[in-house]
Design a binder for this molecule. Structure first.
Ligand code: UD1
Ligand code: CA
Length: 482
């Protein structure tokens, strides 16, 4: 489709977005892990334009900073005062050096549901028909506020776009609206923008007036009707933001399901655009998958998981877990109620169980940490078992230190591993130990106070108490029965 490859895509994002009622500029609000303008840029990139330029104005420092972060190749044009969409495009063309030879596509920065596919359809219709301008339109249930597409009789050629505020009653009855997306011949656009006037209800330079100007000059004006009107919806407030998020999320889940992923409850499953799946992955209700999270073949996640930038291996099971920047090996088991923090790497068939928190920890193949433990800054070998309620004491109040546990170790319950410390392969540690010294391979380490029983203490110190009576009864009962 190189013939319809545009010279430039111009993204309009200078407006304030007052109705968002937010300290964050409208186009920087997020849905499905990407800003509104980020979604528009992703769709625009599918056209492979020679230049991609965003018109910024309101809160431009923030917007420019964000753009530099997400795509350093994107150019920006400043529109210091928001004098209308025509004026905004004029600023972009000036930044691009005046006349642009070739197709110029204009889109708005607040339409995150617009797809690259629709833009490609528009661009190829534009060049195939040899139009001076092609507008993307849609039939909407409620056209209030939109510019109306005026045609030369029903189904006839587009003659003009009339803004809602400037429209007559009969024009307001039209349900075909201007999406705000256009393909233009660059030279003719620059020329026509010079002729746009401001004698309208808002005193602005309307980009939409370019259509009438070009038509009157005898050029071809065309329209492409969007298949789904929801795709062109602009976001103006947080209700529409939530609706768009819902639609995009459904789109992502539908694509995943058709590719062989089971999503048990799409209504309570939320995914980012960057999440990837392999066939036969299963997602249980109440799950959020964010960033670069990947579920490998047959991985089963949820219910109630929030996984960010986390890779879940083939056939692994992750239940009621929060994870950030973690790697779960194939067939490993995590949760319920685990917290995997950055740098966690869980090996093949390993287990991180209930109320276990891990951070910067490598857990070898087949190793189990089943219950109530904190494992921070640690390396554990293969097929070891860490007893319940163990703490890897990694912080001395100033610095973090590392604990190394070998393979085939059996550490007792309620152990403290005071780092830096190393437990050799095949070693055991006794329950309740505070391990401060290295344990050689194959040894049993015992590091706890000796038990001492003071007989008759309750009868002497708590005479007449329920405890004393129970003890007395017990002492009278013959042993070895029951
Ligand atoms: C515009 C169209 C209308 C269309 C609607 C689709 C015009 C005159 N009207 O109306 O036909 O149905 O979009 O949503 O074009 N912007 C700037 N600088 C400005 C003004 C706007 O960058 O000076 C940007 C805004 O940030 C926004 C986009 O252009 O991304 C559209 O502006 P907005 O004020 O929302 O236009 P509408 O009145 O909705
Ligand atoms: Ca708008």
């Amino acid at each position: 489709m190189s013939s319809s490859r545009p010279a430039a895509v111009v993204v309009l994002a200078a407006g304030e977005g007052t109705r968002m009622k937010s300290a964050t500029p409208k186009v920087l609000h997020d849905i499905c892990g990407r800003s509104l303008v980020g979604h528009v840029l992703a769709a625009a990139s599918e056209l492979a334009p020679e230049s991609l330029i965003v018109v910024v104005g309101h809160a431009r420092e923030k917007v420019v900073g964000h753009l530099a972060e997400i795509d350093p190749d994107v150019r920006t044009a400043v529109q210091a005062e928001q004098n209308g969409t025509g004026h905004a495009v004029r600023m972009a063309l000036e930044e691009l050096g005046g006349d642009v030879d070739g197709t110029v596509v204009v889109v708005c920065g607040d339409t995150p549901l617009l797809t690259g596919e629709t833009l490609l359809t528009l661009a190829s219709a534009h060049s195939a028909d040899g139009n001076a301008v092609t507008v993307l339109t849609a039939e909407v249930p409620d056209a209030t506020g939109y510019g109306r597409i005026v045609r030369d009789g029903a189904g006839g050629a587009v003659t003009a776009i009339v803004e809602h505020k400037d429209a007559s009653d009969s024009q307001r009855a039209i349900r075909e609206i201007n999406s705000g997306v256009f393909a233009f011949d660059g030279r003719l656009l620059a020329d026509a923008l010079g002729k746009v006037r401001t004698d309208n209800s808002q005193g602005e330079e309307y980009l939409t007036d370019v259509l009438g100007i070009l038509r009157e000059a005898g050029h071809r004006v065309g329209a492409a009707v969007a298949a789904d009107h929801r795709e062109i919806a602009g976001i103006n407030n947080r209700v529409q933001l939530a609706e768009a998020r819902r639609i995009l999320n459904d789109r992502l889940l539908t694509r995943a399901m058709l590719a062989g992923v089971s999503v048990l409850d799409p209504a309570t499953t939320w995914v980012d655009v960057t999440v990837t799946f392999e066939q036969d992955a299963i997602v249980h209700p109440g799950t959020q998958l964010q960033g670069a999270t990947h579920l490998a073949e047959g991985a089963e996640v949820g219910p109630n998981c929030r996984l960010k930038d986390t890779r879940v291996g083939a056939g692994a099971r992750v239940d009621n877990t929060v994870a950030d920047t973690a790697e779960v090996g194939p067939q490993a088991k995590v949760g319920p109620f685990a917290y995997l923090r950055p740098g966690t790497r869980i090996g093949l068939k390993a287990k991180v169980g209930t109320y276990v928190e891990t951070k910067n920890a490598t857990i070898g193949e087949g190793t189990k940490i089943p219950h109530l433990s904190y494992v921070g800054d640690a390396t554990i070998g293969e097929y070891s078992n860490i007893g319940a309620a163990s703490v890897f004491v990694n912080y001395d109040g100033q610095d973090k230190h590392h604990t190394t546990i070998g393979s085939h170790c059996r550490t007792g319950s309620d152990n403290m591993f005071v780092a830096p410390v190393t437990i050799g392969d095949g070693a055991y540690t006794a329950a309740g130990s505070v391990i401060t010294k290295d344990v050689p391979p194959g040894s049993l380490a015992v590091a706890r106070g000796q038990q001492r029983n003071i007989e008759g203490w309750v009868a002497r110190k708590r005479p007449g108490s329920a405890a004393a009576k129970a003890a007395e009864t017990a002492s009278r009962e013959p042993e070895g029965e029951g």
